[in-house]
Unconditional design. Structure first.
Length: 446
């Protein structure tokens, strides 16, 4: 009897570590998977700890994502060779057999049916090799996951949809995530209310193709309509959009952004290129002129908006002139932040077979040039705030010293200031007095 109790206690105390790569959607899903195991009595530990089970939530958007995913799997096996190793996410969705062959891997699941992971793990043994990946086409409805039930942070991700129907020629994501599946508005609002009640002060809407929200629903539902409903919830200090495709920004959305708090003046518009022939080959349904017009329209209406972007360089056929067009458009648009990607051929996508693949040396040179331009633009954007008063949501104490606090403005500028721990979660007025490479510093105005 006593032995039985000890046995069940040791089961309750099993240690589980989740290692996450990639985008905000993966982060949201890892938190949900963690919650699923916590509810079953598992003890969540860090990846550095010796855990009984490691779950690696992978990414495959570029070749680097694959490589990092494999590295982290191997690292987990090395940290505890006796642990059960579970691999999930986009990389395992499309390369399940390859992943299962990695020594030490016991279970491979993809991007769907994650609510089954805990049951699958419960039946695993150290010598198991289980491939539980299901083709994404089989899933036409959004699959709910458990919502997190505790908070140690102030910002929470809120997933609103899954999948993408765009099939841009470079992108593997429609193959790893399947078609558009919007989450019901009712469930999104319920989770938002729950997160606010838990003490989160900022919600970040995430998804694979957030701008397409509602298009697969019978009623006239859109991202703007969803935002209107979310903005009615009491207690949201900040509501932030993450990435929204430029072609999905409509006047309703701009009007909402123009109204200001709690909706943050912050947009990540992944334009990918500034050259019309490359945009066409990428399968993007806009031209550089449309982006110029759109960004101008947004900036006219939304005060202090920060607009960042993703750029892919070295797309097949990208000539020096095409690249120059991209550089010039970026300079003209003065993005506040650039996320630069070197084109990575993804097997199964159209562009992987395009002629005119670019050498890695040229990709490297162009990427360095873009990164340098991004740093310059980011510095220029932040310089405008020297001497100005801003509102900062204090999130953390700052590593740079005791009694220093750190937080973000609504347009996502990182600000540090003298302040004690009791400021956490408060919105304070700060006068910006200096600027370093990636941080603004200031003093609180009382
Ligand atoms: N190669 C390089 N970057 C890519 N991205 C998507 N697919 C590829 C690819 N094959 C980038 C895009 C996208 C971001 C999430 O990843 O810029 O916006
Ligand atoms: Fe990929 Fe294009 Fe869909 Fe974005 S919109 S996920 S880049 S296919």
């Amino acid at each position: 009897m006593i032995f039985q109790e000890i046995d069940s206690l040791s089961k309750v105390a099993k240690k589980l570590a989740i290692i996450t790569l990639g985008c905000k959607v993966n982060q949201y899903e890892s938190s949900s998977i963690g919650e699923m195991f916590r509810l079953r009595g598992y003890n969540l530990v860090s990846a550095k700890d010796k855990a009984d089970i490691y779950i690696i939530n992978t990414c495959t958007v570029t070749n680097l994502g694959d490589r990092k995913s494999r590295q982290l799997i191997r690292r987990a096996v090395k940290t505890n060779p006796d642990a059960l190793i579970v691999v999930t996410g986009c990389y395992s969705q499309i390369a399940s057999e390859e992943v299962l062959k990695i020594p030490g891997v016991n279970l491979v699941t993809g991007t769907s049916d994650r609510d089954k992971i805990a049951d699958l793990v419960a039946n695993l043994e150290k010598n198991s090799k289980v491939n539980a990946v299901i083709e994404v086409e089989h899933f036409t409805k959004y699959q709910e996951l458990p919502s997190i039930a505790s908070t140690d942070r102030l910002r929470a991700f809120l997933k609103i949809q899954e999948g993408c129907d765009n099939f841009c020629s470079y992108c593997i994501v429609p193959y790893t995530r399947g078609p558009l599946k919007s989450r019901s508005m009712e469930n999104i609002l319920a989770e938002a209310r729950k997160l606010i009640a838990l003490g989160y002060t900022e919600l970040v809407l995430t998804g694979i193709h957030t701008g397409a929200y509602g298009r697969d629903m019978p009623d006239e539902i859109s991202l703007a309509k969803l935002l209107e409903a979310l903005l009615k919830i009491k207690g949201i200090d900040r509501l932030r959009l993450s990435s929204v495709e430029p072609m999905d920004i409509d006047d309703d959305l701009i009007e909402l952004l123009a109204k200001g708090a709690p909706l943050c003046p912050h947009l990540h518009l992944p334009i990918q290129s500034g050259d019309d022939s490359i945009l066409k080959a990428m399968g993007r349904n806009y031209r550089s002129g449309d982006i110029l017009e759109l960004v101008g329209r947004i900036r006219d209406k939304v005060k202090d908006i920060s607009i960042s972007t993703d750029i892919i360089t070295g797309f097949p056929g990208e000539s020096d002139d095409n690249f120059l067009n991209t550089l010039n458009l970026i300079k003209e648009l003065k993005f506040s932040f650039l996320h630069v990607f070197k084109y990575s051929p993804r097997k199964g996508t159209l562009a992987a077979d395009f002629p005119g693949q670019i050498s890695s040396e040229i990709k490297e040179l162009r990427s360095s040039e873009l990164i340098a331009l991004g740093q310059e633009l980011s510095l220029n954007f932040r310089k405008k705030y020297l001497g100005r008063e801003v509102l900062v949501l204090v999130e953390d104490s700052c590593e740079s010293g005791p009694a220093m606090a750190k937080g973000y403005t609504a347009n996502y500028l990182s600000v540090s200031m003298p302040g004690e721990d009791d400021l956490r979660g408060k919105i304070v007025r700060v006068n910006i007095d200096s600027l370093s490479e990636d941080l603004l510093s200031g003093t609180i105005i009382v």
